[in-house]
Design a binder for this molecule. Sequence first.
Ligand SMILES: [Fe+2]
Ligand SMILES: [Fe+2]
Length: 130
Amino acid sequence: MTLIEWTPEFSLGVAELDNEHRDMIQIVNRLYQQVQSGRYQTTVIDALEELHTSAASHFAHEEEMMRAHNYAAYEEHYADHRRLLAEVTAMVHQCQDGVDDDAVMAKWLYEWFCHHFKTHDAPLHQLICV
Ligand SMILES: [Fe+2]
Ligand SMILES: [Fe+2]
């Protein structure tokens, strides 16, 4: 089962960033499937660490673009990236401690990607794609 379907609304018109978002959605969906299919703790932790690596690289890329465009909302966007990375690290620790709640994990994964995308990425791309 897929948690987040790629839809045209996720397409922002910058091929590299769109591909990075697709990669992150794939990792999120894989994580969701792993959680649903029996909670193989180390597998989930590995996937969370992969998500952290992929997100850190993507965020650095977006931040570079924001600086290049002198983007007014840079500080808020940058701070939200740091928050997202910290949340992934906190989720790794929760999994290491054996806390498992599939519904909480699914809700968190969905919000983790979609909330930031809608509130920060979409406005950014409206600016840089004009
Ligand atoms: Fe993004
Ligand atoms: Fe972002």
